[in-house]
Design a binder for this molecule. Structure first.
Ligand code: SF4
Length: 330
């Protein structure tokens, strides 16, 4: 059962550890991350680039290349099946048929030498050879809101705007009617107004198709109307989790607060965006103690020497990793 809404868990990630080899020491890109996604639920994984959120997302379908990656511990269960123990054959069936991904740059993911129609039909043929790929492609174009779909199917990617290209990528990703759609920074490369339209589309599809979604983003502002629950990551670890309204209205971790202050707003352009002080730490040289202490305005001596544990309050379904969160949020 999911901790969220009583619906069965589709994905369960338990103490996942992913490391990368290359330098003198292994780099702990994901270090003991646990969360779940219920059937039909949207969960967000939020953090700056380099925090481990994309590696976590790739691990759900065992897509981290090995080497240099290495699954150093923990489990990923999809529909109760142990993904990290699956054979190549089982993984091929999982990817694309049950888990689909969309990424930030639709332009680079589409092949410039094939028409849109060919590429969508390929996605359909690959996963559902029994389907009428032409009719399905048209249906998918309509589903993702592309105008004049017959004409657009004959077009090449360069003839489409960035927003339409992302709609095509979404059409290809849902061609197999996945149980989980992983959307990794799906709107980052797009104009702000188009971002809102793509998020509306994803929300609409998620409801209509009843699929679960994992939204990966650095922008906490995007999760407000999209995700049911939020997990905030920093330096390969979860630092806060909870229902979206709770996390947005009463953030407990100083990093979540900083992310909220850094949310770009459409209106009120006079209000300057507050950048988070300092840089994301190099995963190969993480600081001792709380990994956020060099950037944390509340840091004290204790934070420099010891690392806070993950405190999870089942009654509130909220987790936080900070020694002083009660004082800070009082
Ligand atoms: Fe800041 Fe200390 Fe909390 Fe870390 S443990 S987030 S450094 S107050």
């Amino acid at each position: 059962m999911s901790m969220a809404n009583g619906a069965p868990s589709l994905v369960v990630v338990e103490q996942l550890q992913v490391q990368f080899f290359g330098g003198a020491h292994p780099v702990r890109a994901v270090d003991g991350v646990s969360f779940d996604i219920a059937e039909g639920e949207t969960v967000a994984l939020v953090g700056e680039s380099g925090c481990g959120k994309s590696v976590t997302a790739m691990a759900l379908a065992k897509l981290v290349p090995q080497p240099p990656g290495h699954y150093a511990g923990g489990r990923v269960l999809f529909g109760g099946r142990d993904v990290l123990a699956m054979s190549e054959r089982e993984l091929r069936a999982l990817r694309g048929r049950e888990i689909s991904y969309i990424f930030q740059e639709p332009g680079s993911a589409l092949n410039p030498v094939f028409t849109i129609g060919y590429q969508i039909e390929e996605a359909i043929r690959l996963h559902r050879p029994e389907a009428d790929s032409r009719a399905e492609a048209l249906e998918l174009m309509r589903l993702v809101g592309i105008p004049e779909p017959e004409q657009r199917l004959r077009a090449y990617p360069h003839a489409l705007s960035g927003g339409q290209q992302q709609r095509v990528m979404i059409a290809m990703a849902i061609a197999c009617r996945p149980k989980l759609l992983v959307a990794d920074e799906p709107t980052t490369a797009l104009d702000v107004t188009i971002q809102a339209q793509i998020l509306d589309l994803l929300r609409d599809l998620q409801k209509r198709l009843g699929m679960a979604m994992l939204l990966i983003t650095h922008n906490l502002g995007l999760v407000a109307e999209t995700a049911h629950r939020v997990n905030v990551m920093y330096a390969g670890r979860l630092v806060e989790s909870g229902a979206t309204p709770d996390v947005l209205t009463s953030p407990r971790h100083p990093y979540t607060r900083a992310l909220l202050e850094a949310v770009p707003r459409l209106e009120g352009a006079e209000g300057r965006l507050k950048a988070i002080e300092g840089n994301v730490p190099n995963p190969a040289e993480l600081p001792a103690g709380c990994k956020f202490h060099p950037r944390c305005p509340y840091a004290r001596e204790r934070c420099r020497v010891g690392e806070p544990d993950w405190e999870f309050a089942a009654t509130e379904a909220r987790g936080v990793r900070c020694f002083f969160w009660k004082e800070i949020s009082a």
